[in-house]
Design a protein around this ligand. Structure first.
Ligand code: PEP
Length: 248
């Protein structure tokens, strides 16, 4: 199986105005030519419709940050995968640790959301990662393997599914695991994904996320089985996001 092309995905979280989002998307598109990676931006859901025309016809993909597992119904405040597709998204981040923590999302719920996303024609990006306490207890790989087993629905690899390994303690903190720890975790991730998805799991892109910046991107992206990055804070500055992609 050939090494999948690098994906640099920006998670904009709950930041900015519509005008900010459109300006940031335009700046990313303007700098996207000739980069050695696929680019994806994931604005707040309420900004998708405004951002979609800014990325239309460009190589920059558009994604959302969550969806509901149901196709429609009485779910006040929620958004279905089909609605995201209709608004122009082609991707959706699922099971981010902030959603697992803030909304008590379980692996089973993440798997149901991923299945709904796939049914709607979206590529799911399923996030997994251990807490600091779990890493210090030597449980990081086992925790992540368990999350993967519970969060990936059948057909995940064939639908273009992506896995993002994001140690909870590295998100937004400026801390990152050692290169050796990332290497070991990604080797484990690949083995687990192959076990869960079969040979098609070799094509699942494995992103690292957690305090990726222009200064550390090249070293992280060069590690074996690291097929890209999920970027939070640095994705809010077009020059930083593009510099991370350029380092691929
Ligand atoms: C994230 O929230 O997905 C993330 C990786 O954030 P940051 O890059 O800011 O650590």
């Amino acid at each position: 199986m050939p090494v999948p092309r690098t994906l640099i995905a920006g998670n904009w979280k709950m930041h900015g105005t519509v005008a900010d989002a459109v300006a940031l998307a335009r700046a990313v598109v303007a700098g996207s030519a000739g980069l050695p990676a696929d680019l994806l931006i994931c604005p707040p859901v309420v900004h998708l419709l405004a951002v979609a025309p800014a990325v239309s016809g460009s190589a920059v993909g558009l994604g959302a940050q969550d969806c509901h597992a149901a196709g429609k119904g009485a779910h006040t405040g929620d958004v279905s995968a089909g609605m995201l597709r209709d608004a122009g998204a082609a991707w959706v981040i699922l099971g981010h640790s902030e959603r697992r923590a803030d909304h008590a999302e379980t692996d089973a719920q993440v798997a149901a959301k991923a299945a709904a996303a796939m049914a709607a024609g979206l590529c799911p990006i399923v996030c997994v990662g251990e807490t600091l306490a779990q890493r210090e207890a030597g449980e990081a790989e086992a925790v992540v393997a368990g999350q993967l087993a519970g969060s990936l629905p059948p057909g995940f690899a064939e639908a273009g599914g992506v896995v993002a390994y994001e140690p909870v303690w590295a998100i937004g903190t400026g801390l990152t695991p050692t290169e050796g720890d990332i290497r070991a975790m990604h080797a484990r991730l690949r083995a687990e994904v192959l076990g869960l998805c079969g040979p098609a799991g070799g094509g699942v892109r494995l992103l690292y996320g957690g305090s990726v910046k222009p200064g550390n991107a090249a070293a992280i992206l060069a590690l074996p089985e690291v097929n890209g990055a999920l970027v939070g804070g640095a994705a809010l500055v077009a020059a930083d996001f593009l510099a991370i992609a350029a380092a691929a």
